[in-house]
Design a protein around this ligand. Structure first.
Ligand code: SAM
Ligand code: ZN
Length: 270
């Protein structure tokens, strides 16, 4: 069963005998990059020149994650995946592939796929984990065959509900990680005069039913550079001007609460 669909005409893509490119019956062709990933985001579907994180932001994110600050959550994700023994898993908005690597390290055999709109993240993910298959694409137009996956993971990333449902098999599983009420509270105190809690319940796409929910919260003490890397991973980073960033760096022994909600849901409708 072909995995990818041509982003230009929707026909299945086939690997060329050279194993260096994919093509469809309408002769649209896509080369594998030297890192092993495939770019299936045609220019006409891009809304900005190079969407997503810059290389520097991606590297900061990787360093922060690899320092282990989110490891308890990543381990819980991998445990949930392993408990269900999926055959094919899609990491939606996978960034630089941290969770895919955790899953490979902790779970039994599973074909791992990752997509992100940011090319720098995908290139870094593919380079570090050759057995997994990473593509540049938008979650609004997933270039995968219908019902190709039996598990979709979405960690702090946007998705298009219809597309997500389309690529999942009937009774396929969706694991969503969202920020819990007090996630990064102490970091937000530098930015907002009146910090508000996140909603405690994750909103599920239509056609899914909640199976389990797990809340994981603990404190971390990143160093000044790691605090800035963490800040840049958040949607409120743009609000932190130079002086706010300076204040975040200078305060001594800053403890920051993490708070994650892991929601496992099952696809119940087509
Ligand atoms: C907050 S990051 C989370 C990344 C990763 N899952 C993690 O937790 O480290 C959100 C990710 O979604 C990606 N993203 C944003 N819009 C997207 C879209 N329309 N399609 C695919 N990925 C998208 C970004 O490039 C970024 O890597
Ligand atoms: Zn085509």
């Amino acid at each position: 069963m072909p995995c990818y669909l041509c982003p230009l005409c929707g026909e299945p893509l086939h690997l060329h005998q050279s194993a260096k490119s994919y093509h469809c019956q309408n002769r649209h062709s896509f080369d594998l990059a030297k890192e092993g990933y495939l770019n299936l985001l045609p220019v006409q579907h891009k809304h900005s020149g190079e969407p997503g994180d810059s290389k520097q932001m991606m590297m900061a994110r990787r360093e922060f994650l690899e320092a282990g600050f989110y490891e308890p959550m990543a381990k819980a994700v991998a445990m949930m995946v392993d408990a269900h023994k999926p055959m094919r898993l899609l990491d939606l908005g996978c960034g630089e592939g941290y969770y895919s690597r955790q899953i490979a390290a902790q779970c039994g055999p599973v074909a791992l796929h990752g997509i992100d709109i940011a090319k720098v993240g995908i290139a870094a993910a593919a380079k570090k984990q050759p057995p997994a298959r990473f593509i540049v694409a938008s979650s609004n137009r997933l270039p995968y065959a219908n019902q190709y996956f039996d598990f979709v993971l979405r960690v702090f990333a946007p998705s298009n509900d219809d597309e997500l449902k389309r690529v999942l098999k009937p009774s396929g599983l969706l694991l969503i990680v969202t920020p819990g009420p007090r996630h990064l509270w102490q970091l937000k105190e530098f930015i907002y005069a009146d910090v508000k809690e996140h909603a405690p319940k994750t909103i599920l796409p239509q056609g899914f039913e909640r199976l389990t929910e797990q809340r994981i919260s603990y404190k971390i003490t990143p160093n000044p550079e790691q605090r800035i890397a963490l800040l840049q991973m958040t949607p409120f980073a743009w609000r932190a001007n130079e002086s706010v960033q300076q204040a975040i760096k200078e305060v001594e022994g800053l403890e920051i609460e993490t708070d994650f909600i892991l929601t496992l849901a099952i696809k119940t409708a087509a």
